[in-house]
Design a protein around this ligand. Structure first.
Ligand code: EPU
Length: 341
């Protein structure tokens, strides 16, 4: 029954944007939720170690994977309803994220424009609650559908059930590895207001002499900023920001701000303060430096790049060296942002 669906010993190199070499003992591409039922009916596959792969753009492969990789390729996007204040749009988890953003804008449904050009798939977006330029996906989220890989049951998660946080959700914590997201429904506001609070976006719009931007203007500005600052994974292997921006308490912040008056910071609602990991790494002198085949991107110190032929262990070695520098200079712990497998 599972013949044709399962492949053995598959290279994952072209399925991760960092371009790291690793093999999966077993691999299955999932085009429709029903295919999972076949797999999950077999106890052998139900018990095997699993990893759900989207676009592989937020992933660091540290070595071979001795289990089953499920590559999600479920497609489709459609309007599914309308409420007084929002349009509801549902997309298959395997759809490319940026294609969805472009399509919604072309339909006249604004709301996702600040998240333009983020690599990866629709199904991966809620896992790490993607965010950029003043907007997090959680703010546009209605619900998602998933298959429970332990029971085979179809389940729905609303926003509360996803427990979204900064680059975080239940799918990275308590429910890690348990669910395969098949579809996501977004809630796009009918009474739209541009989110231009982020300094880079405001500056870009000013440079373009746009005072009252449309959603498309914001998308264009974000694309220009991202193209300038972030490496295109199709050309230079990377996984986006390699560390989360660390959050410290007020006392620790006061001490650091006294020592480093130019420290960028973002006060948080709960009274803590978020720092810019890119600035901390830059300040430690890492920007543009290499350690073996992995480097710190010259235009954004938060991004580690594959200079050619890098392996997972090379990435981890540079990451640990950066963490040690930032710890000794600032007393701040940096936590990796991508999923390490
Ligand atoms: N900075 C430096 N040197 C650097 C990089 C940054 O001094 O090499 C300073 C900047 O000048 C700025 C501050 O650090 O004052 C923040 O930099 P930036 O606005 O470029 O954003 P970021 O905090 O480095 C975050 C997200 C990005 C997202 C941008 C824009 C995280 C971990 N990263 O980066 O998300 O695109 O904001 O919203 O939250 C990702 O998650 O993969 C990602 C790329």
């Amino acid at each position: 029954m599972t013949e044709g669906l399962l492949q053995r010993g598959v290279s994952l190199q072209r399925f991760n944007t960092f371009g790291l070499p690793a093999r999966a003992a077993w691999f299955a591409a999932i085009d429709a939720p029903e295919q999972l039922a076949t797999l999950m009916a077999d106890p052998e596959w139900r018990l095997r170690r699993r990893f759900v792969l989207g676009g592989g753009s937020n992933l660091v492969l540290t070595g071979d994977f001795d289990g089953l990789v499920l590559q999600v390729r479920i497609s489709g996007r459609e309007p599914v309803g309308e409420e007084a204040d929002a349009w509801l749009v549902r997309a298959g988890a395997g759809e490319n994220w940026h294609d969805l953003v472009r399509w919604t804008l072309a339909q006249g449904w604004p709301g996702l424009e600040n998240l333009s050009l983020i690599p990866g798939t629709v199904g991966a977006a809620p896992v790490q609650n993607i965010g950029a330029y003043g907007l997090e996906m959680a703010e546009r989220f209605q619900q998602l559908e998933a298959i429970d890989l332990e029971t085979g049951a179809a389940v729905t998660f609303d926003r509360d059930a996803c427990r979204f946080g900064y680059r975080d959700s239940v799918f990275k914590k308590a429910a890690a590895g348990r669910f395969l997201i098949t579809h996501v429904t977004f809630r796009l506001p009918k009474r739209w207001r541009p989110a231009t609070g982020y300094a880079d976006v405001a500056q870009e719009l000013e440079a373009r002499r746009i005072a009252q931007p449309t959603a498309q203007d914001i998308s264009d500005a974000v694309i220009a900023i991202r193209t300038r600052k972030l490496p295109d994974p199709a050309r230079i292997g990377n996984a986006g920001s390699f560390f989360k921006n660390p959050v410290v308490d007020v006392a620790a912040f006061a001490e650091l701000a006294a020592r480093f008056p130019e420290l960028p910071y973002y006060p948080q609602p709960e009274g803590s303060v978020k720092l810019a990991a890119g600035w901390l790494i830059d300040r430690c002198g890492w920007k543009g430096r290499d350690l073996g085949p992995v480097g710190v991107y010259e235009r954004q110190a938060l991004v580690l790049v594959n200079r050619g032929g890098a392996r997972g262990e090379d990435v981890l070695r540079l990451a640990r060296a950066i963490q040690a520098s930032v710890r000794s200079t600032f007393g701040v712990e940096l936590e990796p942002e991508p999923v390490l497998l």
